[in-house]
Design a protein around this ligand. Structure first.
Ligand SMILES: *Cc1c(COP(=O)(O)O)cnc(C)c1O
Length: 426
C-alpha cells in the first residue's frame, strides 16, 4: 500500500476519535517515535506537545520501558485474572498503594480511564447498598468536567460540551454544581462553594459520591482552579456523608507538580482513578484505588463480591511497563523538571496575553493553555503546527500542551514559539 492508498483506506474505513466518516479531517501517518519526536511517513519530524494525550511522560521508545515489556513478553503476554495472579500485578499494586495517600489500600485494575471511572461509580453505589443506604445512587459533580466516553462516565461529563442531549433518554441524570472560577493563583472567596454546598445540603440523601478532576479540568475545558475549592469539597463530603471520587487520570504521575494533584489541597479521596500516564503511554491500563473501609463494607454484605471483572484485567505486559514507568519517574528529578517546565511555560506563553486573539493564558505544572476568543478551525491550525515541526491538537478555542517531561528547554521553546506564531495568523 503506498501512502495515498493508506490514507484513502483510513479515510473510508477507520473511525478516529470524535471523527466524521463523511467530512474526515486529514490524519498524519506516523512510522516511529523517539524521545519527544514523532517521525512521519513523509520524512518530517514533529516535536510532540501532547505526549499522546498526557500519557507519554518519559518520551517514546524508552530503552527501560521497552525492556520491561520485552522481558515480560518472554514469560507471558497475558493470563486471565479470575483465580490467577502474577508478579507484575502485585508489584504494581504495591507501588500504587505506596505512592498514593495512605488510606488507599485496595486496587482494581482495568483497561482504560473511562472504565476506571465506571468502576469508581459502581464501587460508590455498591458501598452505600452494602451500608444499608441503597437510595444513595446519584452523583454530584461540577460543570466543565470530563471523565470519559462510556455511559456512566459520560453522565458526569459537562452536560453541554459532553453532549448529553443526544443520549439523554439513556443517561442517568446527576447533579451539576457551578464550576469554580477562582484560579490556582487567586485568593479564595467563600461564595465559590455556595452552589455546590446547596446541592449537597438538598440532595445528600440520594448522593453516593462527588466526582471531580482535582485542580485541573482537562478535556471538558482545560480549566485550572484553586486548591481551596477542592479542600472545601472534601470537608463538605465528610459533613454530609458522601464519598469523594477523584479522577486523576490526566493529573496523576507528576503532571501538575505533585505526584497527585490532590496533594496540593491536602485532600484524600475515598476512591482514586488513575490511567493515561500510568504505563508511560505504552499500553492501555487504568486503576481504581479505594480504602479498606469501602472494600470491606462491599465485601461484607450480599452479593459479597464487587460486581466487575474485565477480560484483560491486570494484563501482565501493561503492569510490567507501568512498574518500570513509575520507578523511572520516582528515580528522576521529576519535581525539579516539572517546575522548570512550569516556569518556562509561564514566561513563553505569557507573550500571548498581549495578542488580540487571546482571551486567557493558564499554566499549571507541565500543562500550558492558551484560550482564544474564538473557536478555531482545527484542520487549518493543525496543518500550520505541522509545518512548523510541532504536534499540537487544539479543540474548540483551546490550544494547549502537556509535553513529555523529558522535553528540553530548546524543544519547548520551539513548541511555544509555534503557538504564538500560529495565533498571530488567526
Ligand atoms: C482521558 C480521561 C478519562 C478517560 O480515559 P480513557 O482512557 O480515554 O477512557 C477520564 N478522566 C479524565 C480526567 C481523563 O483525562
Amino acid at each position: 500500500m503506498n501512502q495515498q492508498d493508506l490514507l484513502s483506506f483510513d479515510k473510508n474505513h477507520i473511525w478516529h476519535p470524535y471523527s466524521s466518516m463523511q467530512n474526515s479531517l486529514p490524519v498524519y501517518p506516523v512510522v516511529s517515535a523517539e524521545g519527544v519526536y514523532l517521525q512521519l511517513e513523509d520524512g518530517r519530524k514533529l516535536i510532540d506537545g501532547m505526549a499522546s494525550w498526557w500519557s507519554v511522560i518519559h518520551g517514546y521508545n524508552h530503552p527501560k520501558l521497552n525492556a520491561a515489556i520485552k522481558n515480560q513478553l518472554d514469560k507471558m503476554a497475558h493470563v486471565m485474572f479470575g483465580g490467577l495472579t502474577h508478579r507484575p500485578a502485585v508489584e504494581l499494586a504495591d507501588l500504587l498503594v505506596k505512592i498514593t495517600p495512605e488510606s488507599l489500600e485496595q486496587v482494581f485494575f482495568c483497561d482504560s480511564g473511562s472504565v476506571a471511572v465506571e468502576v469508581a461509580i459502581k464501587m460508590a453505589i455498591q458501598y452505600w447498598y452494602a451500608a444499608g443506604q441503597p437510595q444513595k445512587q446519584k452523583l454530584l459533580t461540577i460543570r466543565y468536567g470530563y471523565h470519559g466516553d462510556t455511559f456512566g462516565a459520560m453522565a458526569v461529563c459537562d452536560p453541554i460540551n459532553g453532549m448529553h442531549n443526544i443520549f439523554s433518554h439513556v443517561l442517568p441524570t446527576h447533579y451539576f454544581a457551578d464550576a469554580p472560577t477562582c484560579r490556582n493563583d487567586e485568593e479564595w472567596n467563600e461564595q465559590e462553594i455556595a452552589n455546590f454546598q446547596q446541592l449537597l445540603e438538598q440532595h445528600h440523601n440520594d448522593i453516593a459520591a462527588v466526582i471531580l478532576e482535582p485542580l485541573l479540568q482537562g478535556a471538558g475545558g482545560m480549566r485550572v482552579y484553586c486548591p481551596e475549592y477542592l479542600r472545601q469539597v472534601s470537608l463538605l463530603c465528610n459533613e454530609y456523608q458522601v464519598l469523594l471520587i477523584l479522577d486523576e487520570i490526566a493529573t496523576g504521575f507528576g503532571r501538575t507538580g505533585t505526584l497527585f494533584a490532590c496533594e496540593q489541597a491536602n485532600v484524600i479521596p475515598d476512591i482514586l482513578c488513575l490511567g493515561k500516564a500510568l504505563t508511560g503511554g505504552y499500553m492501555s491500563l487504568a486503576a481504581t484505588l479505594t480504602t479498606a473501609e469501602i472494600s470491606n463494607t462491599i465485601s461484607s454484605q450480599p452479593p459479597g463480591v464487587f460486581m466487575h471483572g474485565p477480560t484483560f484485567m491486570a494484563n501482565p505486559l501493561a503492569c510490567s511497563v507501568a512498574v518500570a514507568s513509575i520507578k523511572l519517574l520516582l528515580e528522576s528529578p521529576w519535581q525539579q523538571r516539572i517546575s522548570q517546565l512550569e516556569n518556562q511555560l509561564l514566561v513563553d506563553l505569557s507573550v500571548g496575553i498581549a495578542l488580540s486573539q487571546v482571551a486567557d493564558v493558564r499554566v499549571l505544572g507541565a500543562v500550558g493553555i492558551v484560550e482564544l476568543k474564538n473557536n478555531i478551525d482545527i484542520e487549518q491550525v493543525q496543518q500550520k503546527f505541522v509545518k512548523l515541526g510541532v504536534w499540537i491538537r487544539p479543540f474548540r478555542n483551546l490550544i494547549y500542551i502537556m509535553p513529555p517531561y523529558i522535553i528540553t528547554p530548546a524543544e519547548l521553546t520551539k513548541v511555544t514559539d509555534a503557538i504564538i506564531e500560529v495565533i498571530k495568523t488567526l
